[in-house]
Design a protein. Structure first.
Length: 385
C-alpha cells in the first residue's frame, strides 16, 4: 500500500491479523522491506506486521538533502499515525536498528519493545561514510556492490544474496547517499542511556559492520536487554539464518505478551529459541499422557516465566544454567545446555571460565567431569557443521 504523509509518499506492506499487536520492521540501507520477507512470513501468523520502505528506498519517495536519524524516526511515527497505531513493537536491521533506537529514545511512548538486529549506536567512521556518499553520487550504487556483498552475506552466490545485490543496485543514488549521511552523523550519545524498554539485541557471529563488540556495548546501554548471537552469518542474517532470526524475534515478542496472554506459548517459543527446533521437535514426539502435564509445567513456568524475564540476558541465563547443572551433577541436562550454546552465544572459552568457578566452589571432580562432557559435546557439534 501507499500512504501519503504530507508531501511524502511512503510505500509499506501491512499483513497479519487486523487486530493483532503491531510490529514494525525497518530495513537496512541499500535494501527494501523485502529483506524481512522470511521473518514477516513467520510473524504474520499472530502479529500485525508493518514493513515500510525507508525514505529514499524501494518504492518510497526520494527527497533531497541529507537525512537524519531523528527525521527517519519521525517518518516511522508519521506512518504509525497514518495507520492509527498508537504503539508498536519495533525491529530494525542495521540503520533500521539505529532508527529504532532513536525512536525509543525520543518517543518511548510509541514503542512497546525493541528488536535490534546487527546494528550499533554509531557507525565509524564519518570520513569513510563521506567517501561512500561521494562515490555513490558520482557513479551510483553499483560502485559499492562488490565491496558490501561479502560484508552482508557469507555466500554472495546464493539466490537470496543475488536478490540483495539487486536491491542495492536498484536503490536511488540520492536516496542511498542521504541515508548514508544519517549513518555518518549518528552519535552514540544521542541514544546511550536514554532507552529503558524491553529489548533483544541480535547479531551475526561474523558481522564485520556491526560486530559482536558493538552489540555488547548496545546491550549494556539498555537495562535488562537480552542478546542473541546468530552463528555463521554476517551483517544481513535475514535469509542465511532465516529460521534462527525468526525464532529469536518470536521468542522476544512472545515474552512481551506472556504476562497478559499465555506463558505456555511464550515458554514454547523461548524453549525453541534456546534449545533449537530439532531438539524440541524430538522431545515433543516422545511426550505421552503420563508426562504431558509435567512438560506443560516446565514449559510454562521455567521457559515461559523465568527464561523470558528481561532482568538477565539470555546469554547470562545460559551460563548460570550450565554452572548449576555442572555443580549438581545433572549430566544429561548439562550436555543439553552445552549444545544450546549454539543458540545462546556462549563460547567454549566462557564455559571454561564457568567450570573453573564451579571447580573452586562446588568441587574439582564435578567440574572435571563437566569439562569432559563439554569437550565431547563441542566435538560432536563441530563434526556436524
Amino acid at each position: 500500500m501507499f500512504v501519503q504523509i504530507g508531501d511524502h509518499l511512503v510505500h509499506c506492506v501491512v499483513e497479519g491479523p487486523e487486530n493483532a499487536p503491531p510490529v514494525v520492521l525497518l530495513h537496512s540501507i541499500g535494501t527494501t522491506q523485502h529483506v524481512w520477507d522470511p521473518q514477516a512470513a513467520a510473524l504474520a501468523r499472530r502479529w500485525r506486521i508493518i514493513r515500510p520502505d525507508m525514505r529514499g528506498h524501494g518504492l518510497t519517495g526520494v527527497t533531497p538533502g541529507d537525512y537524519s536519524m531523528k527525521g527517519l524516526a519521525q517518518d516511522v511515527v508519521a506512518l504509525l499515525d497514518a495507520l492509527d497505531i498508537p504503539k508498536a513493537h519495533v525491529a530494525g536491521l542495521s540503520i533500521g536498528g539505529r532508527i529504532a533506537q532513536q525512536l525509543a529514545a525520543d518517543m518511548p511512548e510509541r514503542v512497546a519493545s525493541l528488536m535490534l538486529v546487527d546494528t550499533a549506536m554509531e557507525f565509524p567512521d564519518p570520513a569513510t561514510w563521506q567517501e561512500r556518499i561521494d562515490a555513490v553520487l558520482d557513479r551510483g550504487t553499483e560502485v559499492l556492490a562488490d565491496i558490501v556483498m561479502p560484508r552482508w552475506v557469507m555466500d554472495p552466490a546464493t539466490p537470496s544474496a543475488r536478490g540483495l545485490r539487486h536491491m542495492l543496485l536498484r536503490t536511488d543514488r540520492v536516496g542511498y547517499a542521504a541515508a548514508a549521511a544519517a549513518l555518518r552523523d549518528a552519535r552514540a550519545e544521542e541514544v546511550r542511556g536514554r532507552i529503558a524498554l524491553p529489548c533483544t539485541v541480535i547479531v551475526g557471529e561474523h558481522d564485520p559492520a556491526s560486530p559482536i563488540a558493538a552489540a555488547e556495548e548496545l546491550r549494556g546501554s539498555i537495562p535488562g536487554a537480552a542478546m542473541v548471537v546468530l552463528p555463521g552469518v554476517n551483517h544481513i542474517p535475514n535469509f542465511e539464518a532465516a529460521e534462527a532470526l525468526s525464532a529469536a524475534m518470536l521468542a522476544h515478542l512472545e515474552a512481551q505478551v506472556a504476562p497478559m496472554e499465555d506463558f505456555l506459548a511464550a515458554g514454547s517459543a523461548m524453549r525453541r529459541a534456546v534449545l533449537g527446533e530439532a531438539h524440541v521437535a524430538r522431545a515433543a514426539a516422545n511426550v505421552t499422557a503420563l508426562d504431558q502435564p509435567f512438560q506443560d509445567y516446565i514449559t510454562r513456568n521455567v521457559w515461559g516465566q523465568i527464561w523470558t524475564r528481561p532482568g538477565l540476558p539470555r546469554h547470562t541465563r545460559s551460563l548460570l544454567t550450565l554452572a548449576m547443572m555442572a555443580a549438581l551433577g545433572r549430566h544429561e541436562e548439562f550436555v543439553l545446555h552445552v549444545r544450546a550454546t549454539k543458540q545462546t552465544g556462549v563460547t567454549p572459552d566462557e564455559l571454561a571460565e564457568v567450570l573453573l568457578q564451579v571447580g573452586a566452589y562446588a568441587g574439582v571432580p564435578v567440574a572435571n567431569h563437566a569439562l569432559k562432557l563439554a569437550k565431547q559435546a563441542f566435538g560432536e557439534m563441530q563434526e556436524q557443521t
